[in-house]
Write a protein that binds this ligand. Structure first.
Ligand SMILES: [Zn+2]
Ligand SMILES: [Zn+2]
Length: 277
């Protein structure tokens, strides 16, 4: 299968959406309005000033824990929050879901997390969310790993831990997206991939690659959209290659969170629901 055909298979209806997306809105009298300019940065958790996403990293001291870190993302007022302090409440919430949640659909787990107060609108906690959601659903459906062993709470915790190692802003700074890598993390744990197991490693790479195909949308980062891409790639790979049904993948035009996103790309995003405008 050539790359383009493979891409289209995993894009489904989204590919045609992008070709039809427009940079304008139609007003009530039928005239065209330019899209409003959008802020490209998110606000400091401490003072609300929009963050700087620099092209080079600088040394900072975390406002909360005092850790020294080098990062290109900071508040111009001098505030800096390390990834651990930014995300640890959300990671703790995912760890509680790993132990107790009974959801059988990954999309249900994702919506629980995205409406939980510990989850910031954007942040590296989304890198753990995709493997957590996939593995929680597999555990609760009694689906074993490829080697026949059970998917346990410990398997899910390992997926959360791997996702949490991917720093914030990776999508813009490393040519890959943490939530898309989350699809690879989930599938790696399912197939038992290691650096020296070639065939298993290939399958895990396929999951991330398929998510990254979707992520080549040319839009400002959105951790919700990226989570939907990662979820879609993992759900589709498990269905097509292993005949595993994990329920519905995220549907286009279904996002409930756009009003909270000052960077929302609105009609350029395949998940934007115009009825929420
Ligand atoms: Zn600040
Ligand atoms: Zn800190």
């Amino acid at each position: 299968m050539d790359v383009q055909t493979n891409k289209e298979n995993h894009l489904g209806g989204i590919n045609s959406f992008f070709s039809a997306s427009q940079k304008y809105k139609v007003s009530g009298d039928g005239t065209l309005l330019a899209q409003k300019p959008k802020a490209q940065d998110m606000a400091c958790m401490i003072c609300g000033t929009q963050l700087v996403y620099d092209t080079i990293a600088h040394e900072h001291t975390c406002y909360y824990c005092g850790a020294h870190e080098v990062s290109p993302i900071f508040c111009p007022e001098g505030h800096f929050i390390c990834d651990s302090c930014h995300s640890k409440d959300a990671i703790a919430f995912l760890e509680r879901l790993a132990a107790h949640d009974k959801s059988t659909d990954p999309i249900t787990v994702v919506h629980k997390a995205l409406t939980h107060p510990s989850f910031k609108f954007h942040g590296p906690e989304h890198h753990s969310l995709v493997p957590a959601a996939i593995l929680i659903a597999m555990k609760n459906r009694g689906i074993p790993k490829v080697d026949g062993s059970a998917i346990t709470t410990e398997t899910i915790l390992e997926g959360i831990k791997r996702g949490a190692r991917i720093p914030g802003g990776f999508c813009g700074y490393a040519g890959t997206c943490g939530a898309c890598v989350g699809a690879g993390v989930a599938v790696a744990l399912f197939v038992g991939s290691t650096p020296t197991r070639g065939p298993e490693r290939k399958i895990a790479h396929s999951a991330t690659t398929n998510a990254l195909y979707l992520s080549q949308d040319g839009l400002t980062r959105c951790c919700k959209r990226a989570s939907y891409y990662g979820l879609s790639a993992a759900i589709n790979l498990l269905k097509e290659d292993y005949d595993i049904d994990l329920g519905p993948a995220p549907q286009i035009h279904s996002c409930k969170y756009s009003e909270r996103n000052r960077d929302c790309e609105e009609t350029d995003c395949p998940y934007f629901d115009s009825s929420h405008e």
